[in-house]
Design a protein around this ligand. Structure first.
Ligand code: APR
Ligand code: PHB
Length: 402
């Protein structure tokens, strides 16, 4: 049987970043991933990074291409009832946000792990975790046709919402909270010029629309759609037509159309599992929580979990400290719930929820108030750029100073 210090289940952004950070602390990891590498690297996901996420990626040694290719934005626009309002992130919250696709981060992390000669096993099937209530957890799986077993000190569950780790915890040890929204997002990627320099969020009577981007020549656009819709229902022409109807005229006239290079429909969900630690099993990222994409918090939250987790494991191996491990779940969840609240709020304000007249008036009033109140905009901006991380006792910075 092979021994390692930490077995990481899942090679998404959470698993690879954790492996990268632990490696830099001299902690050995083996990463087990169900899918093939090319599948993991082709998945299209979010693309908006908080400054704290960028800082950590740079610190982890995977920020070189990011810094070269990213776009930095000082604000974004919101459109409602014919008005376009700019949220001045930099002016209101003193921070910017960075556009760089999660697909690119996945590749950068994969390349860095490969260059470091890490033990990363793609296409590992039947992963099962055992004995994480004690000091010697084991992980069994099948790789290259052979049944295998690993013994470790810790299992990091970085295996996403549908993963095996959270599902292995006894049902009465975990509490879950969930909200499913009654619509989805149809998203496309096209190699055309963005409608505006910054992101544009629109709340229109036909539904939500978002104009985001991956670079100055590649756009990521979304429209709210019924959950029952299929990608085949949406020709490119229908998508461009619908987007134009939902955007204010000044942006609609600037839409450059072109063939979509990706098109998919994603449901919207809020989900949190508590706690995130079960003995020697620690969950991080989508394995423990999902946010609707409206606030672009999914990847940023995964990164903050991984930051806390690497600190807790580092302190354990350096000083046999148990306290950071005990505090891991609480530290993560305080930040997660605030991001859940913000993502829910953004979703609530920007989409059309049919059939609730009172809720519609509340939404209208909320957006009017937002456009008129610097205090309300400051609150939005503070959350959008990312709330500060809590730093541990031995970090140079403190929460208050961050
Ligand atoms: N065995 C091995 N690997 C597994 C298993 C399993 N049983 N189940 C799932 N996995 C793998 C998945 O194939 C996937 O590659 O775990 C990985 C989880 O990756 P993500 O779903 O990307 O989750 P995470 O790394 O936490 O990243 C969070 O991704 O979904 C976005 O919005 C989210 O941006 C956020 C980020
Ligand atoms: C994206 O670029 O995919 C994106 C950006 C901002 C959001 C959501 C998604 O709020």
């Amino acid at each position: 049987m092979t021994r390692t210090q930490v077995v990481i289940v899942g090679a998404g952004p959470s698993g690879l970043l954790l492996s990268q950070l632990l490696d830099r602390e001299g902690i050995a990891t083996i990463v087990l991933e169900r899918q093939a590498q090319r599948y993991v690297e082709a998945r299209i996901r979010a693309g908006l990074l908080e400054q704290g996420t960028v800082d950590l990626l740079i610190e982890a040694g995977v920020g070189e291409r990011l810094q070269r290719e990213c776009l930095v934005h000082d604000g974004f626009e919101m459109a409602f009832e014919g008005r376009v309002h700019r949220i001045d992130l930099k002016g209101l919250a003193g921070k910017q946000v960075t556009i760089y696709g999660q697909t690119e981060i996945q590749k950068d992390l994969g390349d860095a792990r490969l260059a470091a000669g890490s033990d990363l096993r793609y296409e590992a099937s039947n992963v099962a975790i055992h004995d994480f209530g004690g000091a010697r957890p084991r992980v069994t799986f099948i790789h290259q046709g052979r049944p295998q077993e690993l013994e470790c000190d810790f299992v990091a569950g970085c295996d996403g919402y549908h993963g095996v780790c959270r599902a292995s915890v006894p049902a009465d040890a975990v509490r879950t909270y969930e909200r499913v929204y009654p619509f989805g997002w149809l998203g496309i990627i096209a190699n055309v010029r963005p409608v505006a320099h910054e992101l544009v969020y629109a709340n229109h009577e036909r539904g939500f629309a978002l104009c985001s981007m991956r670079s100055s020549g590649r756009v990521r656009y979304y429209v709210q759609c019924p959950l029952e819709d299929k990608v085949e229902d949406w020709s490119d022409d229908r998508f461009w037509d619908e987007l134009a109807r939902r955007l204010p005229a000044e942006h609609a006239t600037r839409i450059q159309t072109g063939p979509s290079v990706e098109k998919s429909i994603a449901p919207l969900r809020s989900f949190v599992a508590e706690p995130m630690r079960f003995g020697r099993l620690l969950l991080a990222g989508d394995a423990a929580h999902i946010v609707p994409p409206t606030g672009a918090k999914g990847l940023n939250l995964a990164v903050s979990d991984v930051f806390y987790l690497h600190e807790a494991l580092r302190d354990f191996y350096r000083e046999r400290a148990e306290r950071p491990l005990e505090e891991y779940s609480g530290r993560c969840l305080r930040r997660i719930w605030k991001a859940e609240r913000f993502s829910w709020w953004m979703t609530q304000q920007l989409h059309r929820f049919p059939g609730d007249a009172f809720a519609a008036r509340m939404q209208e009033t909320e957006l009017q108030y937002l456009f008129e109140s610097v205090a309300a905009q400051t609150s939005l901006a503070e959350n959008y750029v990312g709330l500060p991380l809590e730093y541990s006792h031995d970090s140079r910075r403190t929460h208050a100073a961050a």
